[in-house]
Design a protein around this ligand. Structure first.
Ligand code: HEM
Ligand SMILES: *[C@@H]1O[C@H](CO)[C@@H](O)[C@H](O)[C@H]1NC(C)=O
Length: 372
């Protein structure tokens, strides 16, 4: 939990700054009239309008947004203090190496399909003269702001361009065991198993496109355009393709038609170490939002020194509110009830949810980006 300790130190430093009247108050007004913490942040407003229009199709939470969020994880998690301790290069974390050395890193098995979003993002990096690491973090934060229900995202600049490709083997795969995945995130950022669950909230706005090319655009929950807790409800439902077949790539069917489930999500939802945290997001949108806001920032700062980065969070648009389907935002999809829940948390009963009315329908596919 080094990050949390660091954050505590940082928070103390910032409040000290506030007392002395430095560092925290906004210092620059950009030509669009917006106030930011440093004048260097102003240039990002041009990047913002460009990518909202020309990458995210007018600010959509669609396939390009989803892939941009996935790219943040696959760039940043590629860091291994354990390898460094063993005298090897362990990767630079959130350093843009996946874009700078894309011909190496997008060929790594877990990065399958990310060549696509790297190819779409690169022209914006060149045009605006920003570093790939900063751009990947920015595009991820803006992508999230396009997904109703997402937290208010933070964005810090200052990632120097990577000078080396990350080594292979550092990005979790859906066929890995829970132990392997817990160990990997523990090595990368001293994240614990609860923080692993927090980061997996990203699968609320996600689909499978690449691991199995025959199942393009199959979402991980029934609301892939909304950052909500349905992912945590629906992964807990009984009736699935697990265990997967012999040539297991870790993507299995879900009991909801049209939906895909990762074996790793299935297992983490049911593991004694993680099941209660998984369930804690059901009917608790405010917990979902605050935990993900924290962990996403942590991911985007892996391998970086946050104390020398510039806070440009003011550039990130205000997130759209989630539609209030039910008071706590969670529901059972049509045809599903409490009887379908494979409850795995031993401490707390599964929350009582209402079932969406109507017949069981198939979850709609996500449209892949043109040319995918
Ligand atoms: C830790 C274990 C994780 C595993 C094993 C995993 C694995 C996967 C796999 C296999 C896919 C589908 C790829 C495809 O077939 O196209 C996927 C999609 C995705 N993942 Fe993860 N992931 C993990 C964590 C994360 C984290 C921490 C984030 C972000 C913070 C993330 C964000 C996404 C997103 C947004 C997608 C959807 C991409 C799209 O719709 O095109 N994942 N993940
Ligand atoms: C939501 O989570 C927070 C933080 O864990 C907790 O304090 C609160 O009681 C939860 N709310 C509900 C309705 O479960």
């Amino acid at each position: 939990m080094a990050f949390k300790r660091l954050l505590a130190v940082l928070t103390a430093a910032i409040s000290l700054g506030a007392v002395q009247g430095v560092a925290v108050e906004k210092r620059a007004t950009c030509s669009n009239g917006k106030t930011v913490s440093a004048s260097s942040c102003c240039a990002w407003f041009n990047v913002l309008s460009d990518i909202q229009e020309n990458l995210f199709n007018g600010g959509q939470c669609g396939a390009e947004a989803h892939e941009s969020i996935r790219l943040v994880f696959h760039d940043s998690i590629a860091i291994s203090p354990a390898m460094e301790a063993a005298g090897q290069f362990g990767g630079g974390g959130a350093d843009g190496s996946i874009m700078i050395f894309d011909e190496i890193e997008t060929n790594f098995h877990p990065n399958i399909g990310l060549d696509e979003i790297v190819r779409l993002q690169k022209p914006f990096v060149q045009k605006h003269g920003v570093t790939p690491g900063d751009f990947i973090a920015f595009a991820g934060a803006v992508a999230l702001s396009n997904c109703p229900g997402a937290p208010q995202m933070n964005f810090f600049t200052g990632r120097a361009p990577a000078t080396q490709a990350a080594p292979d083997g550092l990005v979790p795969e859906p066929f890995h065991t829970v132990d392997q995945i817990i160990d990997r995130v523990g090595d990368a950022g001293e994240f614990d198993e609860l923080e692993l669950v927090w980061m997996l909230s990203a699968h609320s706005i996600a689909a499978a496109n690449d691991v199995d090319p025959t199942t393009q655009g199959l979402p991980f929950d029934s609301t892939p355009g909304i950052f909500d807790s349905q992912f945590f409800v629906e992964t807990q439902l009984a009736g699935t393709g697990f265990p997967a077949s012999a040539n297991n790539q870790g993507e299995v069917t879900s009991p909801l038609a049209g939906e895909m489930r990762l074996q790793s999500d299935f297992l983490i939802a049911r593991d004694a170490r993680t099941a209660c945290e998984w369930q804690s997001f059901v009917n608790n949108q405010s917990k979902l939002v605050s935990d993900f806001q924290f962990i996403f920032l942590a991911l985007t700062q892996l391998g970086q020194d946050p104390t020398v980065m510039t806070d440009c969070s003011d550039v990130i648009p205000i997130s759209k509110p989630a539609p209030a389907n039910t008071p706590g935002f969670s529901f059972f999809p049509a045809g599903k009830t409490m009887a379908d829940v494979e409850q795995a948390c031993a401490e707390t009963p599964f929350p009582t949810l209402s079932t969406l009315p109507g017949p069981q329908t198939s979850v709609a596919r996500i449209q892949p980006p043109p040319g995918a």
